[in-house]
Ligand binder design. Sequence first.
Ligand code: PLP
Length: 380
Amino acid sequence: MALPHVRPKDDAAPQSDARASVAVARPRLPAAEAILPYLERIDAARWYSNFGPLLTEFEQRMADRFGGQAAVTTVTNATQALSLTLQAMDLAPGSYVVLPAWTFVATAHAVTQAGLVPWFLDVDPVTWMLDPDQVADLARDLNAEVGAVIPVCAFGAMPDVDRWLAFREATGVPVVLDAAAAFDTLFDARLPAVVSLHATKVLGLGEGGMLVTEDAALALKVRQLTTFGFMGSRESLMPATNAKLSEYAAAVGLAALDSWPGDRLRWMRTAQMLRIALIGRPEVKFQEGWGSSWVTSVCTVGLPDRSAAAVARALREDGVDTRAWWGGGCQTTPAFADARREPLPVTERLAASTLGLPFFIDMDAGEIAHVADALGRALG
Ligand SMILES: Cc1ncc(COP(=O)(O)O)c(C=O)c1O
């Protein structure tokens, strides 16, 4: 019997309301003709998975973005990459992993899947991200009960990596950066970082993820965990899984990298147009640097205090689809309702006061004007 098809709300093809004429997202991966030369290489080589020439090339081209200082380990998706990275760190089973409540549920699922326990902390009201000093205070109060920390790049923004390195140095607590949406902003591999290559991201393969790290031993261990615990032989040396990417995924990835320089400019242009269209609306706050110094595939804006639900309703009436990408915060989802947490007033306020507006690489001027006009009416 076929299982019912489950399509989560923020899947690659968002389900807009029938009346919504501007969708919240319209992912665009490389066209068939751009992928074809790579598919022909697969046909010629007859090498379809298990670290073939295309995947090796894709990982190398990704590593080149870090000036040769980093190893890139591809994984089936970022959730698995986070989970396997935590597993590779050999933390005591049941250790707490501190993460922000203001994140997508995948971050917390990765923790539980690694046999660890999520502990939600609030975020900084300006950056929307964890503050290392706050985590250090918590770790000090708890005397080493914290096994690891996962700062999350809020919608692709980059936290202050130097401050996190200082935190790691001072506390000895390992840090893994959830850089799921931060393909464009991640150029520093001193902290292990996980990027999502999902279709909804700026550089997507459909499904995919990667660990980027200067820690060669960690990269190797995660690689081993993705391939049955094998390392140079067919002997399984540790409990592991299969989380490899195929040559077909690599073909899409290579085509996506070919078009990235132009695509980045297109994302930037669309973002700039949206910012200009909303220039007379200072109450609509963009993330710092969004669309000017960095790009990401979503446009989450700050709105007047606790107005997000009402604005979303008004926009929907006006034919504009929106999304609360991180819902009420991770702590509100049934899966993590019982998870340990600190007080979360900022997360609660962000959940009620931010909204994902329509944003996609080829949004046209008419769609941008429609969003800006509707938002103007919704805000009054
Ligand atoms: C913050 C964050 N972490 C992790 C993930 C999981 O990425 P993936 O879909 O590649 O598993 C996402 C996905 O959007 C995310 O936004």
